[in-house]
Design a protein around this ligand. Structure first.
Ligand SMILES: C[S@@+](CC[C@H](N)C(=O)[O-])C[C@H]1O[C@@H](n2cnc3c(N)ncnc32)[C@H](O)[C@@H]1O
Length: 288
């Protein structure tokens, strides 16, 4: 298997520190207000993609959303397909937003318009009772909220669980302006797949910076060629990459998105993990 990991150079270490510093400025409330007060074009397409992809999962799949931010909507389609859902992110304040939503009666973001849309995309009724029922299922299915760092060879630290499906939307591409670091992050995220597991990715396409309020954050300027080449290097199978134009979003720094899926081969995890075990210089989440 061809691997793309290299030990971090001084310049890359600097870039890693820069990314960490960038995300100190992250405000979940600003993000939710700006991107999730209504269903924006990229989210309409992302939800449609996830609803379609869910139907191809094995029943009772174990699901990880990696880089969930303070959001719930991307796992809403998994209610009928998952036995458990874990939510992972770099920032505790994002995981706290998830925890608040899971606590009945607490003050949290209102995801009901998104739940309603997901039910409609699934061809189901979307009465207030149906919406409430779906959200109750989700509150129970989300059994863990995990600190994670995609820059680490073991992004979930000591947790060794591997998942039938890993969903990662606007995470690695939106966490760095460095394409090589983006590659390493995706490789680390992919390592969380069980053999034969399914990877579902949404990413900003050819974006340099995206805005959240007055702040702007780096993006890795990736496109379909970068993703296809990385999938090939990681020996992923059954790959598909969709390009979707969202021209109205140029004010936020992007005009198109990528929606991609791929499957890990049956022996993939074993090879990847034994490669990592022999690796020097890989940084673990517990070291940070
Ligand atoms: C643009 S937001 C996307 C959030 C959510 N997935 C969505 O679609 O709205 C990028 C997310 O990546 C997370 N993130 C940034 N760097 C990360 C890293 N190294 N490891 C894990 N998550 C990271 C941030 O905390 C943030 O929640």
């Amino acid at each position: 298997m061809m691997m793309i990991r290299e030990n971090a150079s001084a310049a890359e270490t600097h870039s890693i520190k820069a990314v960490r510093d960038v995300f100190f400025r992250w405000n979940p409330d600003d993000y939710l207000r700006e991107y999730y007060s209504r269903i924006e074009a990229e989210e309409e397409h992302t939800l449609r993609f996830l609803v379609e992809q869910c139907t191809r999962l094995p029943s009772a799949a174990t699901v990880l959303e990696f880089g969930c931010g303070p959001t719930l909507h991307h796992v809403l389609p998994f209610a009928a397909h998952a036995s458990l859902i874990h939510m992972a992110d770099l920032l505790p304040q994002n995981l706290e937003a998830i925890r608040r939503w899971q606590m009945p009666g607490s003050c949290a973001h209102d995801w009901r318009p998104f739940t309603k849309r997901v039910l409609a995309l699934e061809g189901l009724d979307a009465t207030p009772d149906d919406i409430e029922h779906r959200e109750q299922i989700m509150r129970k299915l989300i059994t863990r909220r995990l600190r994670a760092d995609a820059r680490c060879a073991r992004p979930l630290g000591l947790l060794t669980q591997r998942y039938d499906c890993v969903v990662s939307c606007y995470c690695a591409d939106s966490a760095t302006g460095d394409k090589r670091e983006w590659q390493r992050m995706i490789e680390n995220i992919v390592s969380l797949l069980a053999p034969g597991g399914r990877l579902l990715i949404a990413a900003l396409r050819r974006c340099e910076r995206y805005t959240v309020g007055a702040q702007s954050f780096p993006s890795a300027r990736i496109d379909e060629d970068d993703l296809a080449s990385l999938f090939s290097q990681l020996e992923l199978r059954n790959t598909s990459i969709e390009i979707v134009a969202v021209p109205d979003r140029s004010t936020h720094g992007f005009e198109s998105i990528l929606l991609a899926s791929a499957t890990a081969p049956a022996i993939f995890a074993i090879a990847l993990h034994s490669h990592r075990a022999n690796q020097h210089g890989a940084v673990d989440l517990a070291d940070r």
